[in-house]
Ligand binder design. Structure first.
Ligand code: NAD
Length: 509
């Protein structure tokens, strides 16, 4: 197969559920004739009726021209039997997520469509290589993984299995672009790109809850402050704990029970108890109320300082210097700056307020021979907006005054300090380091490119930045430090640094 093009090709969509209906809409809107088939009686016709109502709504709101809506709808033809689709040059299947059902369908399709037709699967978790096994022409099967809701979500993962011909993947890539999507190539591996790299977003929150480090509201507040549209707990409540748990389990099993992907007892208990989230009225939170507001803690102004030094040479230290300058201005003096001390944070009289390098506060205190130590989380969005929620933890060696002065100083610098248990990497640094690590492994294993990972995470799950963009703003040794600190404490396989990052961390000074 060479220079295969699917522009303008007649399309068959099999499965007229949530995804199939959306795929049919997008293909028809791009000018393709679309046949829609579902084994459930009347399902294809009613999907078309629902689409007619949606398009009418868009026309009424002035978002779509009436002629365009009519033309889109006119291109969609529900069919009663697969045999009627013999003219299709592209088939996109979006039937039930079941290997046997999909294999049976694909074999039937080979008997219906021409030998040069492309077969695409919208599977979100089944191996494209496994689906192709046993086909007469396995090289023409490719993953075309859309995200829900299909008309709105820009990302399409173009998934190649071992058999997939590069021209077939290239043709689907070009077609997705022509449909207004942003395609990203992925190799068929468990979870593809998005469902794999996103695992730590949930897993680290669940691990922190398991160890009672913080409440769900606190975790959500910290990660929202880091730029995520939803915190992990409210997001799992929205997705449904049954669905989220099933995806985690499938990635875990598919990776031969690699501890990195181990599901959580916390989530298992929610599932077992029927506390599935929004859809059952209760998950981490109760619905329709949702998350209760965090109690507002009032922090007194810090005690008048005699000396304040900002340590560090990075962007966080620059921000701290600005904030400390503003905080000290009424007293008529400003902070000193020391860039080469090997850590980032503030030394205010005897208190050391330290940006987490991964080590818990107690370990940092012991290593530096200091008692009054608190570590604070990584502010991911700089300059931090006033009131940005930020987790911090106080070393158990800290004095009473250290315990009150740490949050007082964080508040004086403009943050909303949230006290969490003393744990490696706190909340944001730990979560983001693990997201970066997972992405680094995915790239090392040839699943996608760094640019592909960034685009996929921003467009597939609305992350505020891609993992490699975070890495560029942070540093390889910084990320490695957080993961190594987690590994040092937990001593397992879960927090192992991607070999690629290890190599780069060593190569740097
Ligand atoms: P759905 O249950 O809404 O729709 C599936 C449809 O397929 C149903 O109408 C069913 O009657 C039909 N069907 C089942 N077996 C069939 C067969 N042999 N031939 C023809 N029709 C058949 O499911 P969905 O959420 O649209 O998911 C469909 C596929 O898309 C799955 O593979 C799923 O993993 C994948 N996916 C889903 C999402 C999502 O968020 N829902 C996102 C990405 C990918």
């Amino acid at each position: 197969m060479t220079s295969l093009t699917l522009q303008g090709a007649p399309v068959l969509v099999v499965g007229a559920g949530i995804m199939g209906a959306g795929i049919a809409q997008v293909a028809a809107a791009a000018g393709h004739r679309v046949m829609l088939f579902d084994t459930r009686d009347g399902a294809a016709a009613s999907a078309r009726e629902r689409l007619a109502a949606t398009l009418d709504g868009l026309v009424a709101k002035g978002k779509l021209a009436a002629g365009q809506a009519q033309a889109t709808l006119a291109r969609i033809e529900p069919i009663a039997a697969l045999q009627q689709a013999s003219g299709a040059r592209l088939v996109v299947e979006a039937i039930v997520e079941d290997l046997a059902a999909k294999r049976t369908l694909l074999r039937q399709l080979e008997a219906v469509v021409d030998a040069d037709a492309v077969l695409a699967t919208n599977t979100s978790s089944i191996s494209v290589t496994a689906l192709a096994a046993g086909l007469a022409q396995p090289q023409r099967l490719v993953g075309m993984h859309f995200f829900n809701p299909v008309p709105l979500m820009k990302l399409v993962e173009v998934v190649s299995g071992l058999h997939t011909h590069p021209d077939v993947a290239a043709a689907i890539f070009d077609l997705a672009k022509a449909w207004g999507k942003v395609p990203v190539h992925a190799r068929s591996t468990p979870g593809f790109i998005v469902n794999r790299i996103a695992r730590p977003y949930y897993a680290e929150a669940l691990a922190l809850l398991h160890e009672q480090v913080a409440t769900p509201q606190m975790l959500d507040a910290c990660l929202r402050a880091a730029g995520f549209r939803m915190g992990p707990c409210e997001l799992m409540d929205l997705i449904g704990h049954d669905t989220n748990f099933a995806v985690t389990n499938s990635v875990y099993e598919a990776n031969f029970y690699d501890k990195r992907y181990m599901p959580s007892l916390v989530q298992r208990e929610l599932v077992d108890g029927g506390l599935l989230g929004r859809k059952t009225g209760r998950g981490f939170y109760r619905y329709p109320e949702g998350a209760p507001a965090l109690p507002v803690a009032l922090h007194e102004a810090p005690a008048t300082a005699r000396a304040l030094t900002v340590h560090g040479g990075d962007a966080v230290a620059d921000f701290l210097e600005q904030a400390a300058t503003a905080a000290l201005a009424p007293q008529g003096w400003g902070p000193r700056r020391e860039s080469g001390s090997g850590w980032t944070g503030l030394a205010v009289d005897g208190l050391h307020l330290v940006l987490t390098d991964g080590r818990p506060a107690y370990a940092w205190a012991a290593a530096h021979g200091q008692a009054d130590v608190a570590v604070f989380d990584r502010p991911l969005m700089l300059p931090a907006a006033p009131g940005t929620a930020l987790a911090y933890a106080v070393a158990d060696s800290a004095s009473e005054s250290g315990r009150t002065q740490a949050p007082a100083w964080l508040a004086a610098l403009g943050f909303t300090p949230l006290a969490v248990a003393d744990t490696p990497g706190l909340v944001v640094a730990r979560t983001v380091a693990m997201l970066i690590n997972e992405a680094a492994d995915a790239v090392r294993q040839g699943v996608c490119t760094p640019e592909g990972a960034d685009a996929a995470m921003k467009l597939g799950v609305n992350y505020p930045a891609g993992p490699f963009e975070w890495l560029a703003r942070w540093s390889v040794p910084g990320v490695a430090g957080v993961i190594d600190a987690l590994d040092a404490l937990y001593r397992g396989e879960r927090y192992r640094l991607s070999p690629g990052l290890r190599q780069r961390a060593r190569a740097l000074p």
